[in-house]
Design a protein around this ligand. Sequence first.
Ligand SMILES: [Ca+2]
Length: 332
Amino acid sequence: MRMKGTEGEIPDAHFTVDKQNISLWPQAEPPPKSGLCVVLRKAPAIGAVLVCLTLVLVASLLLQGILYPWFMGTISDVKTNAQLLKGRVDNISALGSEIKKNSGSVEAAGLQFHLVNASLSHVRSQILKLQTSVEKANAQIQTLTRNWEEVDTLNAQIPELKRDLDKASALNAKIRNLQSSLENTSKLLKQQSDILQMVSRGWRYFNGNFYYFSPVLKTWYSAEQFCVSKNSHLTSVTSDSEQAFLSKSAAEVIRWIGLTKAGTEGGWHWIDDTPFNKAQTERYWIPGEPNNSGFNEHCVSIRVLSLQSWNDSPCDIKYSFICKRPYIPSEP
Ligand SMILES: [Ca+2]
């Protein structure tokens, strides 16, 4: 061991301990072991040994007094640090378990996050669709608004339109009347046309009937056959005006009419099936007629220009004759 003092004042002290032998020397290099036995043998050296031992004891005591508390303090510090470390390790373990626990939650949270993201995307697309729908609805609302404004304009025009409609209704009524008049005129024209057509064929029109005054002479039956061939019969007489018309138109030429007793038991009848009115026709006979001269006068003719113009004659005599045909308006 080497104890170093203040440089220049105290020289370094050197010593060795070897099997209960302590050697001291003043210089850096120790003396050779062969010299130790020499020292032990020397009495004055014992005091130095004692001094050395004393110094060793003092040094040991000093070391024990200084190092032990330091060592114990260090141990205590180590223990404290170890406890602190243990506490931290425990905390770290607890944190690890917490982290493990939380990692599952983090995964679940991640999954939830993805789901939420997907839902958000869906919601965004729905929002976009809704925006599109809202835009379309707005456009339709604007169109409806414009249409409504047009409806308002039309509503404002309704009174005027109603007046026009009333005028149109009045015009329609006039047109209907005109149409009716035109139809009547058309009927009359058609009737005139029919009459003219019949007149052009030699017939005369009177009070709804056509009459044909034949220029040729035929027996009563042949005359009737001729009339039938012209869609008519020998004429009947149903009124004073007709009787006056026939006697006047006969122009004092003897002409057969359609009254006969032939085919019956003495009774007069009209060949066109008009009911015979004996009371009304009494005044149409020439006074003294019918006399049934020779009991053979079964057919009637008009002989004179008078309301009393009828005479019964034999049916096979050839006279002129009068056919009668009701006027039936033809379809337009
Ligand atoms: Ca007669």
